[in-house]
Write a protein that binds this ligand. Structure first.
Ligand SMILES: [Zn+2]
Length: 356
């Protein structure tokens, strides 16, 4: 931690902000788990949850922003920011995308009940649960491979398939040092069908699945940059990048095996995104939802991480360096380890509660 601090201080003026963010989100689980048993069911109004009232009960204070239509709640450990009509909420500096926009009336902010249940509550107030899948074995999935190169930056000679494999190997090494059993869906430049990747997770009885990817916005858009994490879109909700929101009942209501892990997916995705953004000091594109094939039929919680844009010259230059890819692996490992710690506590708190 100290080394990271010093490095950041010398590199950027933004270091103070980064430090504060990293400090805050590292402490959030401690607070929330301690308070876990005290949480009461918040008020609902036509499928909406009153955030002001809920967070007041959870001992947050309102820190009204001078910007109209925005608000902020905070306590000693955490900071939550909401903006009227925006389809995301910011948790300790990390953008978490929602199915429906936040609404506001007379200074009271509301979040839709489905967003509260599937996204907000599982991240902000994870509840003890005997079935919480404790992390012993993880499947790491290096995206693409073989005949499928993935995204490319031909000018710089970068192929997504080689970069994802490199990061996956580094991540495997770090996690094995921490006593986690690791299986790769491919350890060479081989083509693996998308369906087979979740089958591997089933075969080895994985507790966790993380797919590694790099983004591209095409040659026409070189400005898009940063990091984003995807988790499976819950049943009845829209995927984040589905801007048109055309009604497609079959897809929106699809019953996928992965839905059984919705709340753990949210918790996992949040910590992966937070630790990666922190470690890389990268642009935060948020925790997002998508119905990616590799996420649909997972037997365990899972997420897909886009670790940067090969189409962005600055991102691509960083990604081309082995030292930066090592940092990516460390950031993802930090997220996995934080999630592992939380799951352990959720499971053991429950055992304690049962004993009482
Ligand atoms: Zn990819």
């Amino acid at each position: 931690m100290m080394t990271t601090m010093r490095t950041k201080m010398t590199v950027r003026n933004r270091s103070t902000v980064t430090l504060q963010r990293s400090f805050l989100f590292r402490l959030i689980p401690a607070l929330l788990l301690l308070a876990g048993f005290l949480f009461t069911v918040p008020t609902t109004l036509q499928g909406q949850v009153n955030l002001n009232e809920t967070l007041k009960r959870w001992e947050f204070t309102t820190d009204t922003s001078r910007v109209p239509g925005t608000t902020r709640w905070k306590n000693k450990w955490s900071r939550i920011e909401a903006e009227r009509n925006k389809s995301y909420i910011t948790l300790n500096g990390i953008k978490v995308w929602l199915n429906s926009p936040i609404t506001e009336g007379n200074g009271i902010y509301y979040i839709q009940r489905h967003d509260f249940d599937k996204t907000f509550f599982p991240i902000v107030a994870p509840q003890p649960d005997v079935s919480a899948p404790v992390v012993r074995r993880i499947v790491i999935d290096p995206g693409h491979g073989g005949k499928d190169p993935g995204m490319q930056n031909t000018r710089m000679g970068l192929n997504e398939k080689a970069l994802t494999l490199d990061v996956a190997r580094r991540l495997k090494f770090i996690l094995e040092q921490r006593g986690i059993k690791v299986t790769l869906t491919r350890s060479t430049d081989a083509f693996v069908e998308l369906d087979d990747r979740s089958l591997i997770a089933k075969r080895v009885n994985a507790d966790l699945f993380v797919s590694i990817h790099f983004n591209s916005a095409g040659t026409a858009n070189t400005s898009a940059n940063g990091v984003e994490t995807y988790i499976l879109t819950p049943q009845g909700q829209y995927s984040t990048n589905d801007a048109r929101r055309v009604a497609r009942p079959a897809e929106v209501n699809a019953r996928e095996i992965g839905h059984g892990h919705d709340r753990w997916n949210a918790l996992l995705g949040y910590y992966l995104q937070a630790t990666l953004v922190d470690k890389l000091d990268a642009e935060d594109r948020g925790l997002r939802r998508a119905r990616f094939t590799v996420l649909k039929d997972l037997p365990c919680p899972g997420a897909l991480i886009e670790c940067g844009f090969l189409s962005n010259p600055s991102d691509a230059t960083l990604i081309s360096s082995a030292a930066y890819r090592e940092k990516i692996a460390q950031g993802v490992a930090d997220g996995v380890l934080q999630y592992q710690g939380i799951m352990q506590r959720l499971a053991s708190q429950n055992r304690a509660a049962v004993r009482r």
